[in-house]
Write a protein that binds this ligand. Structure first.
Ligand SMILES: NC(=O)c1ccc[n+]([C@@H]2O[C@H](COP(=O)([O-])OP(=O)(O)OC[C@H]3O[C@@H](n4cnc5c(N)ncnc54)[C@H](O)[C@@H]3O)[C@@H](O)[C@H]2O)c1
Length: 270
């Protein structure tokens, strides 16, 4: 039985938990092979914590050593990670889906080379329904994301519009527009908009609303999809990760669940 050699790019909230799962409960079918972080101290510390010597100094080295590259770093690098994986014929799982907005060509490129691209469902539910709906006519896809103030901290859109988060006293709609504009304005906060775009109507036709309030404690995603099939309305109330309030716990769990499926396939020889 040949285990899947996994390399993880980004050793923050998501990468660390995925690495622990790979080194623990998923080890039947997965070999944690390499860790890379732009902040080398992070990959080295994580490597030590897991009693391994697997921190590497470059993305190239990580891709070379892996069968599956897991990107859990930043939307500024996810496209480069996918390109390198395709170049070297490695499968790749992407968390920073925002970096792939309007990059459908890259997905076609991967398909041509038989590279498997995995996009865990992240912090939302409903992607399965959207995939089905896409086989017929979809009229609209709307995402309303409600995040606590600190879950949106540092977003370029807030700076550009001069929005002082400390001045917000009640519920406030910060942004309304399409997914392309949303991902540009909130690159660290709204990967789910990109995920919905890829699965549905594309970035220009996916409507996004971002709302905040000092009273919010959860990252809430409400999705409405209408089409020939009928209507889907789903709401996910996410507890933020202890290590990164911008990231929801469910996003981490969905990545681990995707890997669990692969590990089980290896174990069962399917
Ligand atoms: N798909 C989803 O539903 C979903 C949900 C939450 C977060 N995310 C995205 O997943 C990514 C990771 O999230 P997180 O909570 O672990 O973030 P984090 O900030 O806790 O960790 C990110 C890590 O990546 C490293 N990093 C940044 N740029 C890098 C680069 N160019 N090369 C290598 N390492 C780099 C950082 O040093 C950090 O250690 C983010 O882009 C986030 O937006 C996706």
């Amino acid at each position: 039985m040949k285990k899947i050699r996994v390399g993880i790019v980004g050793c923050g909230a998501i990468g660390s938990e995925i690495a622990s799962a790979c080194a623990g409960r998923l080890q039947a079918g997965i070999e944690l092979e390499a860790l890379y972080d732009i902040d080398t101290e992070k990959s080295r510390t994580l490597s030590r914590l897991l009693n391994r010597d697997i921190a590497v100094d470059s993305l190239d080295c990580l891709v070379d050593r892996s069968d599956l590259v897991v990107e859990a770093a930043s939307s500024s690098v996810s496209q480069e990670v996918v390109k390198k994986a395709i170049e070297k014929s490695k499968d790749v799982m992407v968390m920073s889906v925002g970096g792939l907005i309007e990059s459908e060509w890259l997905i076609t490129e991967a398909e041509k080379k038989n590279i498997r691209l995995y996009f865990p469902s992240g912090a939302i539910c409903g992607i399965d329904g959207l995939k089905g709906a896409r086989l017929s006519k979809i009229y609209s896809v709307t995402l309303t994301t409600k995040k606590p103030l600190k879950g949106l901290d540092g977003a370029p859109y807030l700076k550009e519009k001069g929005i002082d988060m400390r001045s917000i006293k009640g519920e406030r709609v910060l942004f309304e527009g399409n997914a392309l504009e949303a991902v540009k304005g909130f690159p660290k906060n709204i990967n789910v908009a990109s995920l919905l775009s890829l699965a549905g109507l594309g970035a220009r036709n996916t409507v996004v609303r971002i709302v905040t309030s000092p009273a919010y404690t959860k990252n809430i995603h409400e999705i409405e999809i209408t089409g020939d099939f009928g209507r889907i309305a789903v709401r996910t109330e996410n507890v933020p990760s202890e290590n990164n309030p911008k990231t929801s716990k469910l996003a981490i769990l969905s990545a681990i669940a995707t890997l669990k499926g692969m590990s089980e396939s290896v174990r069962m020889g399917t």
